[in-house]
Design a protein. Structure first.
Length: 470
């Protein structure tokens, strides 16, 4: 028979006035026998209503939020082949069993199979839309769908109609992995096991946005590891007066970069101390000459100089991983970034070819870059292309810190204030000026031994500047 078929809600047993929570088809969709049309949800169960015939959806008579009972018309099929479902409402179980047999693959006919294939994209759009609506309006329905790579032969259109499933209603207890068919399909497409997703919908149901958040967290944390639970939202104004200070664009950008580097780069920090007693004597002796040149010669210029020399000797520290993470790009230049503290946040201008510059030139360039960073007059190009970064708190305080690698670079050297300390030498304590250095590095690229040798080499060079000539 071919013509129009009104598909009705089948016998729902004890249920009446059941909520329509999802429409799985759109007008114009071709459907096959037993293809799910809508999802119903009572307070105890959810179920799909399958099509009783094959054809094209001419009308959809229900909307999400409607209440339906057995016999209500859901959709009208055009060019339909199959039986009007008038009989289905209240038909005896044996008959339903027979109808299920008719719908088995091979028996439903090739036309049905083709129809199912053709309508997939349109239906998925509809599902996606329905899910988005659902997130703001209603609880998500549940239905068993193949997960974890179960074969597509489990497609609902080919399988028997499922009876209503009972839902654990224990108050406060989270029902595991409740998600709509569309959400489960969406999760499958992204390779996500829906059981792993934390549901934020009513009764812990998993929404499309939960799957998206889950994937975002995995990407942010570099994959594999379980995402940390979000910090609880606490309103500090409950405990006293609070002022609000919007973050500058620069701070927000820096925060995003720091967070990405912190979560994606496996960091280790190597601490060491440089004996800068002789360096400080030498630096003090250069004060007049530096003044004549209009330069303030601070320890930072010496640290940059020693780092540049070390980078020439330890080429792996001057590298980065390519996008695939499988190839190391060794940089045949020595551009050193110097972190500058500005009122708007941290900025890292870059001293080009630091290995070819003397300490006066380095000191002048660092002062110039720092001054322009603070007055926001750096060009973007002046903050790019570093092979390594030096970050100094030497003018502030502290005995060491763990800087965050300025990715895609693989190492950063933190400098803390030099202080006179007792050092055991030749059977006695002698006063020496020691400067703490903290090298944070990307452990994917740099092994601990390399990091220790690299840092020790810088300490030796700062301890005896003649080493820079070797
Ligand atoms: N030990 C002892 N004294 C040090 C020192 C050290 N390691 N490093 C610098 N100093 C002294 C300088 O000699 C100078 O002393 P005088 O004024 O007596 O001559 C004083 O500290 C101030 O130096 P400065 O700040 O003018 O210049 P600088 O070369 O030391 O630093 C710059 C320049 C741009 C690196 C610095 O101003 C800056 O912005 N640092 C902040 C970096 C930062 O915030 N990093 C983030 C850390 S977390 O990743």
């Amino acid at each position: 028979m071919s013509g129009r078929i009104e598909v009705q809600v089948p016998d729902l047993g004890e249920f009446e006035d059941v909520d329509v929570v999802e429409i799985l088809v759109s007008r114009g969709d071709p459907v096959g026998v037993e293809d799910p049309l809508i999802v119903l949800e009572s307070d105890k169960a959810t179920m799909e209503v399958p099509s009783s015939g094959a054809g094209t959806i001419a009308e959809i008579r229900v909307s999400v939020g409607d209440k339906v009972s057995a016999g209500d018309v859901i959709v009208v099929l055009e060019g339909a082949e199959g039986k009007a479902q008038t009989e289905a409402a209240g038909e005896p179980e044996e008959k339903k069993g027979k109808r299920r047999d008719e719908a088995e693959p091979g028996k439903a006919g090739e036309a049905d199979e083709r129809a199912r294939e053709e309508r997939k994209p349109a239906r998925e759009d509809e599902e996606a839309r329905a899910d988005r609506d659902a997130e703001s309006k209603r609880p998500e329905p549940e239905r068993e769908e193949p997960v974890r790579g179960e074969p597509e032969a489990e497609e609902p259109s080919a399988g028997p109609r499922r009876p209503p499933e009972s839902v654990d209603e224990t108050p406060g207890e989270r029902v595991p992995a409740h998600a709509s068919p569309a959400v489960r399909r969406f999760a499958r497409e992204l390779g996500v096991e829906v059981e792993q997703v934390e549901g934020s919908g009513p009764k812990g149901r998993i929404l499309r946005s939960d799957v998206q958040e889950h994937v975002k967290r995995i990407v942010r944390t570099g994959g594999g590891t379980a995402p940390p639970a979000a910090a609880p939202a606490v309103d500090p104004a409950k405990f006293g007066p609070v002022d609000r200070e919007p973050l500058s664009r620069l701070r927000r950008t820096a925060a995003a970069n720091l967070h990405r580097a912190w979560t994606q780069v496996p960091h280790v920090t190597q601490h060491d101390e440089a004996d800068v007693t002789d360096l400080e004597t030498f630096r003090a002796g250069l004060r007049d000459e530096a003044g004549e040149r209009g330069v303030k010669l601070t320890p930072v210029a010496f640290v940059v100089k020693a780092s540049a020399a070390a980078l020439l000797r330890f080429e792996r520290v001057s590298s980065q991983l390519d996008a695939s993470g499988e190839t190391l790009l060794l940089k045949r230049y020595v551009h050193v970034g110097v972190a500058v503290d500005t009122p708007d946040g941290l900025v890292v201008p870059v001293v080009r070819d630091a290995d070819r510059k003397g300490v006066f030139e380095l000191a002048a360039e660092i002062a110039d870059l720092a001054g322009r960073a603070r007055s926001r007059r750096l060009s973007p190009g002046e903050m790019q292309g570093a092979s390594f970064t030096v970050t100094s708190l030497g003018h502030v305080a502290g005995t060491g810190f763990t800087p965050i690698v300025n990715a895609p670079e693989v190492a950063i050297l933190g400098v803390s204030p030099a202080r006179i300390r007792p050092v055991w030498r030749d059977g006695a304590f002698v006063p020496r000026k020691l400067m703490p250095l903290s090298l944070s590095y990307d452990h994917r690229v740099i092994d601990g031994v390399l990091a220790a040798r690299f840092t020790a080499w810088i300490c030796e060079a700062l301890g005896d500047l003649r080493r820079l000539l070797l």
